[in-house]
Design a protein around this ligand. Structure first.
Ligand code: IPE
Ligand code: IPE
Ligand code: MG
Length: 240
């Protein structure tokens, strides 16, 4: 069903997506897993544009987890190459669409050339004012919380912060996501019912939408279905 004006009244300000199922998509077709990742990168382009068109302000994409380093070297290398290529080729297009780019995660774990391309892309899109695309790379929610705790301790030790002042608000400012609001809607493709170490702190009151669609097949219509479902939710945040 195409989106109607009625559906578009309640657009999530921030959507986060666990882009899963590239490997299964390839397997179904007798293709190597990397082919699934290649198609998955096309979906990223499509979904980013669709989010921009809907007026979403922030889109966080789980592109590579802290645990994904455990995959065979061949696959990790292919993913890193694909990321670098994606950034190099798509940055001009993102610029045309007024997209701003950010990244969260232990970015220093990425190969040097990947880091350089990432920073070049972030820099060249930094003045844009449309959708902010946030790539989670070498990202782990537990790792982020640990890094946040270390950063808090440092602030206390330097005398910038009093221990008694620490609350959820202050702690949020020590996370990778300090500049962004919490996601309103989390989408996971391929049917898995788990968080896989994604945004553990930030998803406290996020609405979940899980679809069986594999990420390379995820279309604009699927995004609109998710947004429509979100529009029907009654968010209570613990109140009545
Ligand atoms: C998601 O697809 C992409 C990454 C995790 C990098 P998968 O590679 O996890 O695909 P499946 O889950 O094996 O189908
Ligand atoms: C989550 O997918 C990570 C990304 C989408 C980048 P995984 O495929 O790695 O998650 P698990 O292993 O099924 O939990
Ligand atoms: Mg997977």
């Amino acid at each position: 069903m195409p989106a109607t004006a009625e559906d578009l009244k309640n657009i999530p300000r921030h959507i986060a997506i666990i882009m899963d199922g590239n490997g299964r998509w390839a397997k179904e077709r007798g293709l190597p897993r990397t082919e699934g990742h290649r198609q998955g990168a096309e979906t990223v382009r499509r979904v980013t544009q669709a989010c921009g068109d809907l007026g979403v302000e922030f889109l966080t994409l789980y592109a590579f987890s802290a645990e994904n380093w455990k995959r065979p070297k061949r696959e990790v290398d292919a993913l890193m190459k694909l990321l670098e290529q994606f950034l190099r080729i798509k940055t001009p297009e993102m610029h045309e669409q007024n997209i701003r780019l950010q990244a969260i995660g232990r970015l220093h774990d990425l190969p040097e050339s990947c880091q350089q391309q990432l920073h070049r892309s972030i820099e060249s899109l930094s003045q844009n004012t449309g959708l902010t695309l946030i790539l989670a790379l070498s990202y782990g929610g537990r790792e982020e919380i640990i890094d946040g705790v270390k950063s808090l301790i440092e602030s206390v030790e330097r005398g910038h912060l009093d221990k008694g002042m620490i609350d959820t608000e202050v702690f949020s400012k020590h996370l990778y996501t300090r500049y962004y609001p919490d996601p309103d809607l989390l989408i996971r493709t391929s049917g898995e019912m788990r968080l896989s170490n994604f945004l553990l702190w930030q998803l406290s009151y996020t609405e979940f939408y899980i679809t069986d669609r594999l990420w390379p097949d995820f279309a604009k219509e699927d995004l609109e279905d998710a947004v429509r479902a979100f529009g029907r939710r009654h968010r209570r945040f613990g109140a009545l």
